[in-house]
Design a protein around this ligand. Sequence first.
Ligand code: SF4
Length: 363
Amino acid sequence: MKFIDEYRDAQAVQRYSRALKRIVKKSWTIMEICGGQTHSIVKYGLDELLPSGVTLVHGPGCPVCVTPLELIEKAIEIASTPNVMFCSFGDMLRVPGNSKDLLTVKAEGGDVRIVYSPLDALKLAVDNPQREVVFFAVGFETTAPANAMAVFQAKHQGVHNFSILVSHVLVPPAMEAILSAPENRVQGFLAAGHVCAIMGYTEYEPIAQKYGVPIVVTGFEPLDIIQGIYMCVRQLETGRAEVENQYSRSVRREGNLPAQKLIREIFCVVPRKWRGVGEIPQSGLGLQEAYTDFDAEKRFGVAELRADEPAECISGLILQGIRKPHECSAFGGRCTPEHPLGATMVSSEGACAAYYHYRRRTN
Ligand code: SF4
């Protein structure tokens, strides 16, 4: 399949693996930002092809994983309200709240629906004017344009029974939070190619400069990832800290300008809580003043709802690259994909689920 097979070429991956072994002189720790990249790394065993001096740690770029328990509880509260049609991407339905998940709300009679786009939810609102339709708008910069478009269209079409529960997060502030933490061990990043397809990578340039870390915009196939690692290590070994673009087939430096304009029209930058990490300043998107009528938190009075993360789950440390899944005492025992304790075991992009599915590893 064009644009897939050539990026899964095992011999080309092996060539990069050998080239890496030739250039590595010191020990380096690199974080891949995106859960999709984590999934590829573990699925294809890319970390096992690296020289012993190169360690990969897994970053916070899984939208389901970083959505705080508090937002899950708000979603459950709204979805349990009579006359509400609650729409979400499928993998949010099994993320555990304090006592249940959205799938349980559905089993108990709530109208919880899986949709593939916020525009599908908007159409449900148009087709069902007597119902309140809410879309669970989670994700990074990647999903923000589609959510922004749904709100824009709702306003301009006068669809008043539509709202979104917003939990958008932004990558650059999370990178800065990781790099500023006293226990940080990340020395280079593989940035998420799809996020940069929207936002470009100019935001990363001051981060690379300020913290002295190379950042390589990287795709998601095995060859993308090992090439991204090679480019990152090459910079580290030669003392450079620049932003490079491995994913040039999809990413331009300035990104998608019309999509960015639409995001700015609908959303503004706000502080945002990240699961297990806590609040990071200026790390999320909330609705602009002109669009707050579409804010489900306000419409359903759940803005003040608070919930504490379960103490046993160390997903926050995993998302910051401080621990790995098998270092959690619940991994594979009390916490499995069938009975997840935390979001990193629920989501298909979560590091705990990837380790569980592909290797149940102990090292
Ligand atoms: S194994 Fe389960 S409890 Fe442990 S960090 Fe992962 S999701 Fe949390």
